[in-house]
Design a protein around this ligand. Structure first.
Ligand SMILES: *[C@@H]1O[C@H](CO)[C@@H](O)[C@H](O)[C@H]1NC(C)=O
Length: 327
């Protein structure tokens, strides 16, 4: 019998230390004083007394003088709250929603503010979310399977091709279209090749690194010069927030300039700094340099994503290698 009860208490002790027994609410250090045993969430030790916690929505202004009593509690001020019974000296500051979020529920004395991403943006609650990401748009050959919500991205699915009518002239039209495409593509390829060759890609880097990166990462060519470049700015919004400072430093933007944009919402900051960079570089500004800066920071995945979007949205084309042109 003794053995059973002993092993039971050992089990209880183990379970409670491993947190299997849930302890609701905030447990403000009732274990710190060994001499006073106050009961769980209701009481807290103060000197030799166990005082009753103040209720949610209030905080303690003076402690009790007798065990089992409550000291003085005061309602939380405007823009502060406490969600649980507590013996805090001050209520907690209410969360302020970020510029890319909107208020779902205003702060109340017993509840913090609730924020969610603004329409067209989302944050996966399972991932750390410092900025709300832009919802994806479906491609031309896709349709929306599920709309974007504040916590989930858009889901797209391929549109099932409807079996259209086949006219008698189809083979002739197909032949004309294909042959004109071949002619146009040939012209474009030569044009791109010339343009790519004339673009100075390498900056002041040791020769081996230049060669390695050139082989490694494709060069892109704008379809519409500076306009193409500016259209790609938004792809940089998804850059890791802790990387952006290093990224702009790498592009030669000075720290005080970066700092002067600090208070802007994250996306505006990215756009402003990229604009400053374009103005600084003038006609030399090229998406290839931005991608290179990402590669220098070991952000290859982001670089590949940006490149993919730039090509997919038709702002850039990949510069073909010489061997591809010849065939
Ligand atoms: C997505 O939202 C639009 C407009 O709010 C609506 O017309 C459409 O039916 C929705 N699509 C899906 C798949 O829920």
């Amino acid at each position: 019998m003794t053995f059973i009860s002993t092993s039971f208490s050992v089990l209880v002790l183990l379970l409670s230390t491993t947190g299997v027994f849930p302890r609701p609410g905030i447990d403000f250090g009732s274990r710190t004083k060994r001499d006073v045993h106050c009961t769980g969430n209701l009481q807290y030790p103060n000197g030799n007394n166990c005082c009753l916690n103040c209720p949610a929505g209030t905080h303690v202004t003076s402690h009790c003088i007798k065990t089992g009593e409550r000291g003085q509690c005061q309602e939380c001020d405007y823009e502060t709250y406490t969600e649980h019974p507590n013996h805090l000296n001050q209520c907690l500051k209410c969360t302020k929603c970020r510029p890319d979020q909107e208020v779902v529920r205003h702060c109340m004395p017993t509840q913090d503010t609730e924020c969610q991403c603004k329409a067209g943006r989302f944050c996966d609650p399972h991932q750390a979310c410092e900025i709300c990401k832009r919802c994806s748009k479906c491609e031309k050959d896709e349709e929306i399977e599920r709309n974007c919500t504040s916590t989930t991205n858009t889901e797209c699915k391929k549109i099932q091709p409807s079996s259209g009518s086949v006219s008698a002239n189809t083979p002739v039209i197909v032949i004309i279209v294909i042959s004109s495409l071949v002619v146009v593509a040939g012209g474009v390829a030569v044009f791109i090749w010339k343009k790519c060759r004339s673009t100075d890609t390498g900056r002041d880097l040791p020769e081996e690194i230049k060669v390695e990166q050139e082989e490694d990462f494709p060069k892109l060519n704008p379809v519409n010069d500076e306009e193409s470049l500016r259209k790609c700015f938004e792809y940089f919004e998804d850059m890791e927030i802790d990387q952006h400072k290093r990224f702009f430093r790498n592009l030669g933007i000075r720290d005080n300039v970066i700092k002067s944009k600090e208070l802007l919402p994250y996306e505006d900051k990215i756009h402003e700094l990229l604009n400053i960079w374009v103005e600084k570089e003038g006609r030399e500004a090229s998406l290839n340099d931005l991608l290179k800066a990402l590669l220098d920071l070991k952000q290859r995945q982001t670089a590949e994503t940006v490149m993919g979007k730039a090509i997919q949205d038709g702002h850039y084309v990949e510069c073909p290698s010489e061997s591809e042109i010849l065939y």
